[in-house]
Design a protein around this ligand. Structure first.
Ligand code: PDD
Length: 280
């Protein structure tokens, strides 16, 4: 694989990041994941806009212009022959000479790393047919989940808690209501209404979420951006999650109980279809 590090393209074996990098020492970094379908970047402007916002919220310097970031994405897709897959981008506050909690002053250049992952048949995931299972766990992440930081330890632990219970993923619960999945936004469907948590510091503003809610509204579905409980989810007709890597993925069981018919529902299937159509 050819990866990108700070302005240069190198084979992955030759890529180097300092041991003093604040991304490594302090999780002082942000990231984006953009899917590639048929060689095309999906929702790239949205991911770029969210990256800009994450950088601004953390007073982190920009590693490159928008045009350069787009060009690097395209170049990596081409050089690695990616048809279906994803591009991962990470920016950290760089590698100051000493470990210190305070941000380096004067600042050091940010570290920019990008790599690709090939996932042939990404859009035809078998899970879209069977649906996935989730369990509820407490949301023990920090309180600024609207910033897409590389602090992913609790979501990783959440995935392991789900696996330990024989489930695919976890929905996180705070103050009695669902925030989101470990790496996706969470939805339930009741009648003609699609219900998902309202935006704020408690969840990540999903780029897929924005597109899916737009398509839902355009298709005359009713969208309710509000909190919901696990109890309400258990009485829903359908459930699903969205993310750049899973698009729209049906959820068929929650805490061991079937949701609706216990099979992927028509609303999730329709939204997945529209999303994939619009993305190709
Ligand atoms: N995760 N919520 C969380 C906590 C996430 O980590 C993600 C994405 C989303 C969905 O956002 P989007 O639709 O913009 O991908 C919601 C990415 C895919 C990841 O960490 O791999």
């Amino acid at each position: 694989r050819i990866v990108h590090v700070n302005g240069t393209y190198v084979p992955e074996e030759e890529a180097r990041v300092s041991v003093f990098d604040r991304g490594f020492l302090m999780a002082d970094g942000v990231y984006e994941v953009t899917s590639v379908l048929g060689g095309k970047l999906v929702d790239f402007p949205g991911h770029l806009a969210r990256l800009r916002r994450s950088l601004a919220e953390l007073d982190m310097a920009s590693p490159a212009t928008d045009d350069d970031l787009l060009a690097i994405h395209r170049e990596l897709v081409a050089r690695n022959g990616i048809t279906d897959g994803m591009v991962y981008l990470q920016v950290t506050r760089g590698a100051p000479p000493d470990r210190d909690f305070a941000y380096p002053n004067p600042p050091v250049p940010p570290t920019l790393v990008l790599f690709t992952q090939s996932k042939p048949g990404l859009a035809d995931s078998p899970m879209a047919k069977t649906g996935m299972t989730v369990v509820s766990i407490p949301d023990q992440r920090w309180a600024r989940r609207d910033i897409k930081t590389v602090q992913l330890l609790y979501p990783s632990m959440g995935k392991m808690m789900a696996k330990a219970q024989g489930a695919d993923d976890a929905w996180m619960v705070e103050d009695g209501v669902v925030t989101e999945g470990t790496s996706n936004n969470a939805y339930i469907v009741k009648g003609n209404a699609i219900i998902t948590r309202d935006l704020g510091p408690h969840i990540l503003s999903g780029i897929t979420r924005a597109a899916v809610l737009r398509f839902a509204r355009e298709s005359q579905m009713q969208v309710e951006e509000r909190p919901f409980t696990i109890e309400e989810a258990l009485t829903a007709d359908e459930a699903f999650v969205t993310s750049a890597t899973t698009f729209v993925m049906p959820v068929v069981r929650l805490d061991g109980q079937p949701i609706g018919a216990g099979r992927p529902g028509p609303v999730a299937a329709r939204l997945r279809e529209i999303y994939l159509e619009e993305s190709r």
